[in-house]
Design a protein around this ligand. Structure first.
Ligand SMILES: [Zn+2]
Length: 160
């Protein structure tokens, strides 16, 4: 690992609310891809906006916090049982999309989806947003077979 990667890995670890989640995300190949796809500036934006990650296991799980959270902290919940149905690239794209939401709280509905997709696409994950949505429609039709999914797919495909 380069010095910068090491620095990013430390910043990533400081955003994670539980240790089990770190090891599971690492096993799924997502943890390292997140570290590599985010810049130091991106990590600084996570810090400034008090954004944390809390990997959980559906349908319900618990974990102990190892540090205090500030009022207004923004927690991105990652369901490991769902994320593992996707490839590591798709799982990373899904998490990047969620960071995009956290950084654009003022954008609602489809505009929020587009802003979140932009965040993932700008970091090189366009094709994996597309494949995660296509796969989502097959394995989770209740959640993914929506107008929003179709609009997002059309938009990203047209941009590429
Ligand atoms: Zn979204």
């Amino acid at each position: 690992m380069t010095e910068e990667e090491q620095q990013k890995a430390e910043k990533m670890a400081s955003r994670m609310l539980n240790q089990v989640g770190i090891s599971k995300l690492a096993k799924l190949g997502i943890y390292k891809k997140l570290i590599l796809s985010l810049s130091i500036d991106d990590f600084n934006a996570l810090e400034t906006n008090k954004i944390y990650f809390n990997p959980i296991f559906s349908p319900a799980s618990q974990n102990k916090l190892s540090f205090d959270l500030e009022n207004g902290s923004n927690i991105i919940t990652i369901d490991l049982n769902t994320v593992k149905l996707f490839s590591s690239e798709e799982g990373t794209a899904i998490v990047l999309h969620e960071i995009g939401h956290a950084l654009n709280p003022d954008k609602k509905n489809i505009e929020g989806e587009y802003a979140a997709d932009n965040y993932a696409c700008e970091r090189g994950f366009s094709q994996y947003i597309i494949s995660s949505l296509e796969k989502g429609k097959l394995i989770r039709p209740a959640e993914f077979s929506t107008t929003s999914t179709e609009l997002r797919l059309e938009r990203i495909k047209n941009d590429n």
